[in-house]
Design a binder for this molecule. Structure first.
Ligand code: PRP
Length: 208
């Protein structure tokens, strides 16, 4: 039997996925959260986990280097990938929002300057509203942009709301909820069907 490779992004999504795998008896004895090793095997069950950057999970799965992967719906929405979105794992709950400084006043008809790590999600959302925008693509600390005058609003994910609050921003429009998703390579889904199905079924039973 071939190994099934599962791509995980280090951090909370990986920890939650590993807990769910453990519940179905899939463990990786030499794994511990502080380790810098990037690949672990369960030799008996022929399952391998590989740790990659969150934004790289989809590419590993799409290209077949990983058969399965776990990533946030936010990243899936931003980067359309040719893979199967198999299931909502229930954890990693947060939401996409438009946020601005408390005293921000929208001026209809005026182009909105939007700072974000998610240009595609932002364009799609404002396009549906028929509002022209200028996207300012940032790689992090997006909350700073309206404070410093770089943008009018931000489009970002909010989990606890602490970052917005501590920087004096408020949500002006929710966009949608996001959570962790299990994705599968389209070819592996057929060629490793029985092995993959067992893993999926186990995860389904333990999903939140
Ligand atoms: C994410 C997101 C927000 C923050 C929201 O950033 O972009 O900034 O978390 O979390 P909260 O609602 O619980 O405060 P991340 O931690 O990934 O850092 P980054 O800004 O460097 O991308």
């Amino acid at each position: 039997m071939d190994f099934v490779n599962i791509a995980l992004a280090k951090g909370r999504l990986a920890e939650n996925t590993l807990k769910m795998l453990t519940l179905q008896g899939i463990t990786f004895p030499d794994y511990h959260p502080g380790s810098r090793k990037l690949i672990y095997e369960n030799e008996l069950q022929k399952i391998r986990i590989i740790f990659v950057k969150p934004s790289d999970v989809a590419i590993y799965v799409e290209k077949g280097a990983a058969d399965l992967g776990v990533l946030g719906k936010d990243i899936l929405m931003e980067n359309e990938a040719n893979l199967y979105e198999v299931m909502d794992l229930g954890f990693g709950q947060c939401k996409f929002v438009v946020a601005a400084l408390r005293d921000y006043v929208d001026q209809p008809g005026k182009k909105i300057r939007v700072a974000t790590k998610f240009p595609n999600v932002s364009r799609k959302y404002f396009h549906q509203l028929g509002r022209p925008i200028e996207v300012i693509k940032l790689n992090g600390s997006v909350e700073l942009a309206p404070i410093i005058g770089l943008s009018d609003v931000i489009v970002d994910i909010v989990e606890t709301g602490k970052t917005l609050q501590e920087n004096g921003l408020i949500i002006i429009s929710p966009i949608c909820r996001v959570s962790a998703r299990l994705v599968a390579n389209k070819v592996s889904f057929k060629t490793k069907m029985s092995h993959i199905s067992r893993i999926i079924e186990g995860l389904r039973q333990n999903a939140d």
